[in-house]
Design a protein around this ligand. Structure first.
Ligand code: SF4
Length: 484
């Protein structure tokens, strides 16, 4: 038995007469072209949104935007690779109308059109809203680290710098001693000659001067680390240990797991992002009320209070305080709060009354302090406090916000389970399915543009899975044109 026989390479074949005949009715490029075709690129503030009246004609931004969208859907983001595809890939040839922009034109388009690209992301979301694809009731907020264009070797924390500097100084001293010995003795075969040692010292001194300068910079700026390739990226903990990264935040709608809002920060953790993302999601979904789910990394009293005041119902995991466990004493949860009388009842049945209010400036919170004189004679004292003044209970003046949160979680514990599947779906798809777990550009502004393209391509992929190309195109045809 032989192999399946192909056609001779030199043999004439009859290909379809037009590129369009190669592109099936359900090909995603038709959806991309239909969506971009209804947008007003002038209103969206694209460079060359309006064709120039004179001079050499430029590329229609629709084509370049389409090229990037196709690339993101197919895991191809580099401008050089996109240029190559424009020469050989029939989908791209169809999408770009057989034009072949060079990689610099492609890269410049992304670099120069941050605002325009953001506008296209918004336009797609608005169309999805009108098409009823967002549930507009529940979103899950989550963050994930995306590797920046900066190796760990090109990032220096204060600790790392001081270790390097100490090592370099020690090595220089060692070489200086060796030079002195080499000058005085005449060993037949010295490991390194005095001249070689001096050369090494000169090299080390150059590195030392650079590292000392970085240390001075950190002192002057008050920063805790410096990245040399992408100064805005930070060393962060990731699932692979630690990497120089950005922290990408998303708010994911529960109906079809479409991303409603996104943000890129260089904060190393999610604390402080809850209100930002919840407010963005509420505005993006154009609703007066919204339920927001998040994990314990977002738990922060003031943010929860801000959300409550804005009509945002939060379900955020409440981290357990380990302080009482560490000290081996009763946890605060074992003290019952009596709201009517504003006092706590301790495990011994004694009442702890409000004694003073303290202002914690660092946490931007005021706390009421409760205590009882009964501690002095209490038989449970050893299990309750390590302080000679007796047990003190601190209560945030807006603790009601946390109590109501706990109450909500007790009533609907399933929502926090839903959070995990909701929030992790987009990041899993983006990082593994679409191979976009790292950035190609530098600086928050540019990586935000990259994230916009990623979010748009993810949302488009979801919509194509939900309704298919043909239905999407017919739905687009019925919708109003660009709202920008
Ligand atoms: S030490 Fe004070 S607060 Fe603790 S159980 Fe005894 S009386 Fe109550």
């Amino acid at each position: 038995m032989g192999y399946i026989k192909g056609k001779e390479r030199g043999q004439s074949v009859l290909f379809p007469g037009t590129v369009d005949e190669y592109i099936g009715e359900n090909n995603e490029v038709r959806a991309i072209a239909a969506f971009l075709g209804r947008l007003d690129f002038v209103k969206l503030r694209f460079v060359r949104g309006q064709a120039a009246g004179t001079g050499r004609p430029g590329y229609d931004p629709r084509l370049l935007m389409g090229l990037f969208l196709w690339g993101h859907l197919n895991g191809i983001r580099s401008s050089r690779k996109l240029e190559r595809e424009s020469h050989r890939n029939l989908e791209v040839i169809w999408l770009c109308e057989n034009l072949r922009p060079d990689f610099k034109t492609i890269a410049d388009f992304r670099k120069d059109n941050g605002a325009g690209i953001k506008g296209v992301v918004v336009e797609f979301r608005l169309w999805c809203l009108r098409a009823g694809l967002y549930g507009k009731e529940i979103v899950a907020v989550d963050g994930s680290k995306f590797k920046a264009v900066n190796s760990k070797e090109r990032n220096f924390t204060k600790k790392k710098l001081s270790q390097i500097i100490a090592r370099e100084r020690a090595k220089i001293s060692e070489y200086l001693e060796a030079v002195a010995v080499a000058d005085e003795t005449e060993s037949e075969e010295p490991e390194l000659s005095a001249a070689q040692l001096k050369e090494k010292i000169a090299g080390l001194e150059r590195y030392l001067a650079e590292h000392e300068e970085l240390e001075r910079q950190l002192e002057a700026t008050g920063e805790s680390q410096v990245s040399l390739t992408d100064p805005e990226a930070k060393l962060m903990k990731t699932d692979k240990g630690s990497e120089v990264s950005y922290n990408v935040q998303t708010a994911v709608d529960s109906k079809h797991k479409l991303i409603a809002a996104y943000e890129v920060t260089n904060e190393r953790n999610d604390l402080g992002q809850l209100a930002v993302m919840a407010f963005q999601a509420k505005e993006a979904l154009q609703v007066a009320e919204l339920t927001v789910l998040a994990d314990g990394g977002y738990y922060e009293g003031n943010a929860l209070k801000e959300c409550e005041q804005a009509g945002i119902t939060t379900f955020v995991s409440v981290p357990k305080s380990k302080e009482a466990e560490r000290l081996g004493i009763f946890a605060q949860s074992q003290f019952r709060y009596d709201q009517e009388q504003d006092l706590y009842v301790c495990p011994q049945g004694e009442e702890l009354h409000w004694t003073k209010t303290i202002n914690d400036r660092e946490r931007n919170k005021k706390f009421k302090v409760y205590a009882t004189k009964a501690c002095a004679q209490c038989p449970l004292r050893a299990q309750c406090t390590t302080s000679k003044y007796g047990r003190k209970i601190k209560r945030w003046v807006d603790q009601g916000v946390i109590d109501r949160l706990r109450e909500r979680i007790r009533g609907q514990p399933e929502l926090l389970k839903q959070r995990k599947t909701l929030a992790e779906h987009p990041f899993g798809t983006i990082k593994r399915g679409m191979n976009q777990g790292f950035f190609l550009l530098k600086g928050i502004s540019k990586v935000t543009t990259e994230t916009g393209l990623t979010v748009l391509s993810y949302n488009l992929k979801r919509v194509l899975n939900i309704m298919g190309v043909e239905q999407m195109i017919s739905s687009l045809a019925k919708a109003n044109p660009c709202s920008a």
